[in-house]
Design a protein around this ligand. Sequence first.
Ligand SMILES: NC(=O)c1ccc[n+]([C@@H]2O[C@H](COP(=O)([O-])OP(=O)(O)OC[C@H]3O[C@@H](n4cnc5c(N)ncnc54)[C@H](O)[C@@H]3O)[C@@H](O)[C@H]2O)c1
Length: 424
Amino acid sequence: MSFETISVLGLGYIGLPTAAMFASKCKKVIGIDVNSTTVDTINSGKIHIVEPELDIIVQKAVNEGYLKATLSPEPADAFLIAVPTPFKTNIDPNKTDPEPDLSYIKLATKAIAPVLRKGNLVILESTSPVGATEQMSEWLALARSDLTFPQQKGESSDIRIAHCPERVLPGHVVREMVENDRVVGGMTPLCSEKAIELYKTFVEGDCVVTNARTAEMAKLTENSCRDVQIAFANELSIICDKLEIDVWELISLANRHPRINILQPGPGVGGHCIAVDPWFIVSRTPEQAKIIKTARLINDAKPKWVIEKVKLAIADFLQDNLNKMVSDITIACYGLAFKPDIDDIRESPALDITKEILQFHKGRVVAVEPNIPEQSPFLAGINLVTFERAEVLADIHVLLVEHMQFKTNKPSSGLMVDTKGIWN
Ligand SMILES: NC(=O)c1ccc[n+]([C@@H]2O[C@H](COP(=O)([O-])OP(=O)(O)OC[C@H]3O[C@@H](n4cnc5c(N)ncnc54)[C@H](O)[C@@H]3O)[C@@H](O)[C@H]2O)c1
């Protein structure tokens, strides 16, 4: 079966650009989402996420009739699933580690099962714990006993199944989706072959074949590797603080070794990937995944350490200004996003730290976030001001994200809590 009609389930940061890429190659693309506002926005030729160049591609694809969005699946030649895979909060008090939540994938499979036809290819793109692709295939087999699946019939199955994780960088998705190499993990070699045939519609990078489990683990490994390396840097920053050593100088010295490349410490790890995906490994192999779990705990504990530093700065300020009270002190937090030069505040340690300061501090708290131009309900009452205003107002400046603006501007007076080492 050639791939003329392609269906993408989940039209978010990953699914929408994927759908748009196929549509830009004159494939008929049916985008499915459970959110009716998202569906309406896309059908009007607009987009609901911030991603450079994507708006132009989507508008053209919709206007020319190659892309349409809808709430319920229709028959297609291939289905790509790009729905969320968060972790769930544990209800068992004896088991505290977060567990992957596959309910979105289950619902997506339930939705496409009735429209599946012999010869269809189903690709799971959502970042998933090892075994999720096989689980998805099981769910489909249960729903469609009239069709055969790779776990039952191997290469001669009616339906082909593969896992192909996505590793694009937000802000560069349009370019990276085309240029990046892809890991293609079919449940059988023929499943991989079919998946590559589909991706080659627009992917110019290499499509590297493996099995579904290894493909799942590859994505989790990439993000866990970053998390472990950041945890090492974060631990170093705490050790250096104790030993009165400048961690930034230390790392730059160590990195002069030709085979050492230590990452930079910070206020913690955020976003919906690096702070989440390592738990998918821990949940499957809790006894074995020792470094991975420890790294998660180190990175999750870093915001609390930053809060302690802010409390120490308050105490220092009061010691130097005996006529002042805590309520006289203004604290400014610089950066709320989870990484530099973006507006995404999902799982952001900078946002959590600012909220916590707002809760315990009796004086005024303001924040500077140049990538969020207006007050938003997600900011939970945090008062946004300009850099210039914060510089004048604040007695204590807490640098949380190394946005471009903060690299070139530094408050001229006041106490600094610099979690990124660019002002000290
Ligand atoms: N955003 C990234 O940078 C990135 C990078 C690599 C991998 N991923 C992975 O890709 C997957 C999707 O992430 P995202 O950032 O695009 O998420 P997102 O939240 O931006 O988008 C998910 C979309 O799926 C929709 N949805 C939820 N349930 C659905 C269902 N049953 N049927 C149809 N649509 C449904 C939601 O309404 C939403 O529009 C996740 O597994 C994520 O870990 C994301």
